[in-house]
Design a protein around this ligand. Structure first.
Ligand code: TNX
Length: 506
């Protein structure tokens, strides 16, 4: 009963494990200590038990975390970067991995196997053997902090919730028409003016560079890489309102709190704008230990094709010069001459329309790969059902849990095979999503579907995807997962497909 479904999970006939009051976490190998402390914290907050972390061999009833070459699964003979093995029996629990990331994901599986706190059960786990590793290297969630601002604590709460699902990238959409949320020291008005409001005139806010570093470090400790996005040259009204010299007519527009897209553009080809791009990219790259810097590039309806191409090739080269890999929305596929290896993020439907498949394939021809975020399946801001007060409905059909679960990345774009897919990402745009409770309500349980698509083995390709993905079986596991969401205080939508457990007292 684990989400995402592990590669192999086999019940064994050993007696169950009972987490006794004397249980400790025994660690071996570099990095095991930090993972053990996180596990101890999870058990303390969900089950009210403190577990001591000891650097000595496990005794009966202990949980062992072992990180060493050769540990974890190796189906193809080599160590898996994020894989782990988990053995549960009366003698104890053992998590083995070749890397700290693998051990951390093993801990998430163990968390899900332990009963959630408020079920009132003994902390007993049936004996099992798990052998597990991800299908894709990139499993992402995106939070749009530009339309509505979320505090560093709220972002950390989001990080904790996505970690449970083995999501390993957090894409932060940091800038848009409605707000600029990251302090840039060389252009201070971006946040002073551009960060002062948000969609519907909501509270503004921004992250100082120190706050942003803390968010990145908090994510990194949970093996989540932050992918910062500075959306350019469109979606830039907040920047344009902050600095008149970035505008073609030299006049700063008013701040924008509506929900239209496509009306703003930087003054491309201008030396001041070039200096702006260089300064912003340099500072953002300096705050980013991860490999990616997302440049946006979507919906630039007020930029000519030629200006768009010239601007983005230049900006992408600046990103490369700062040691990062450029990532952009699928529209970048129109641009010839992007740096080799540029990553594209596909956001058309699970059945491509217009030229979107070609745009995606252009990234592969350029030596890059594609992240799939099909908007009719993976966009978490789309309503669950007609008439929902929160969420958008521009994709035409509500995104039920089934719609987010029943598709497969390798079957979206003809010619885009497994090797060209970096992974999947579920974006949450926040034009209509104002609070962190609303964020979670939109994200869960649908992110569980996207996380499983990104982690679990591909369904057999001799079967249509509609029958290869068993929604009912998935919904059973989501139901079980909800006990952990309840214990952790994570909100979720009680969608009709899931046989939710009865709530105590309700
Ligand atoms: C399209 S997808 C956008 C966003 C909106 C979103 C709303 C993409 C790259 N751009 O600006 O917030 O739709 O669903």
């Amino acid at each position: 009963m684990v989400v995402p479904r592990p590669v192999r999970i086999e019940p064994s006939d050993a007696s169950p494990f009972v987490l006794g009051s004397a249980a400790r976490i025994s660690v071996a190998g570099t990095g095991a200590d930090a993972i053990a402390r996180l596990l101890s914290r999870y058990v303390a907050s969900e089950a009210g038990r403190e577990l001591a972390v000891v650097d000595e061999p496990p005794a009966f009833g202990d949980i062992a975390i072992v990180i060493a070459p050769g540990e974890g699964p190796h189906d193809d003979g080599s160590d898996s970067d994020e894989g782990y093995t988990l053995e549960v029996a009366a003698e104890g629990v053992r998590i083995g991995a070749a890397t700290p990331a693998g051990a951390f994901w093993g801990v998430q599986t163990l968390r899900q196997l332990l009963p959630a706190a408020d079920t009132g059960d003994l902390l007993t786990v049936e004996a099992v053997r798990v052998h597990d590793h991800p299908r894709y290297a990139y499993r992402g969630a995106m939070l749009d902090v530009a339309r509505h601002y979320f505090t560093p604590d709220e972002v950390r709460r989001f990080i904790d919730a996505i970690a449970l699902l083995k999501v390993n990238h957090l894409h932060l959409h940091l800038t848009d028409d409605q707000g600029w949320r990251l302090q840039i020291e060389s252009w201070p008005e971006l946040t002073r003016i551009g960060g002062s409001t948000g969609s519907d005139g909501s509270r503004g806010g921004f992250y100082t560079q120190d706050e942003f570093r803390e968010i990145v470090a908090y994510a990194a400790a949970r093996h989540i890489t932050v992918v910062p996005e500075i959306d350019m040259p469109g979606h830039t009204n907040a920047a344009l309102a902050s600095y008149p010299e970035l505008n073609a007519d030299g006049v700063a527009p008013p701040l924008y709190t509506g929900a239209q897209v496509g009306f703003s553009t930087l003054r491309t080809g201008d030396p001041t704008t070039q200096r702006f791009v260089r300064d912003v990219v340099r500072e953002v790259a300096g705050l980013t230990p991860g490999p990616y810097l997302h440049i946006g590039g979507d919906e630039c309806l007020s930029t000519t094709e030629a200006d768009f191409a010239a601007f983005l090739t230049d900006a992408a080269q600046v990103i490369v010069a700062n040691g990062k890999i450029p990532v952009g929305w699928q529209e970048l596929g129109k641009v010839e001459g992007m740096p080799a290896g540029t990553i594209g993020q596909y956001w058309d439907f699970t059945t491509p329309r217009g030229n979107s498949a070609e745009l995606a394939l252009a990234f592969v021809r350029g030596g890059g790969a594609v992240i799939l975020s099909p908007s009719n399946a993976a966009y978490l801001d789309i309503v669950y059902e007609d008439g929902d007060p929160i969420g958008l409905d521009w994709t035409g059909t509500p995104t039920t849990l089934g719609a987010s679960y029943v598709w497969d990345p390798a079957r979206v774009i003809p010619g885009l095979g497994e090797a060209h897919i970096l992974g999947v990402e579920a974006p949450l745009w926040t034009e209509t999503v104002a609070t962190i409770d609303e964020v979670e309500d939109m994200v869960f349980p649908r992110l569980a579907a996207i996380a499983e698509i990104g982690w679990s083995p591909a369904p057999s390709d001799t079967e249509p995807v509609e029958s290869a993905r068993d929604l009912e079986e998935f919904a059973e596991r989501v139901s079980r997962l909800s006990e952990h969401w309840d214990a952790a205080g994570t909100r979720y939508r009680r969608v009709p497909e899931v046989p939710w457990p009865e709530r105590v007292g309700s």
